[in-house]
Ligand binder design. Sequence first.
Ligand code: AMP
Ligand code: ZN
Length: 133
Amino acid sequence: MDCIFCKILNKEIPSYKIYEDEYTYAFLDIANDVDGHTLVIPKKHCTNTLDADSETLHHVIDTVKLISNHYVNVCGYTGVNILSCNGEDSGQSVFHLHYHIFPRIKNDGKFNFPKPNMGSGKFEEIQNKLKIN
Ligand code: AMP
Ligand code: ZN
């Protein structure tokens, strides 16, 4: 399988390792957009959150939490954004499950969520379309 993150795990491609345990690996994203932008991946390949087994997800989110707490409690950051793209149309470009961590500091202006009022505002219609039970 031609997966760039599996190649990183196999050390065929170098990476800036932040953390590793039996199930997960974390390294710096090379996008060079936000200092400390980190990716957390499982050692077991799966495409994204939608096809991952629960055990894999547990391991990955535990590592996301551990690193996030390290950034806030030890490294001087005051918050983190945690993001995952799932599927090509959501912006996923590497098809090996990963969670992005963006370390944040008050007023750093680094990362913004979509602005309010970009939706239709038709909450009842949306609820009827999306609700599960
Ligand atoms: P996504 O677009 O959510 O699938 O995220 C994929 C991320 O992988 C992007 O932010 C890329 O910058 C990052 N990326 C791609 N290749 C590498 C690499 N060799 N080392 C570190 N990060 C990478
Ligand atoms: Zn992979």
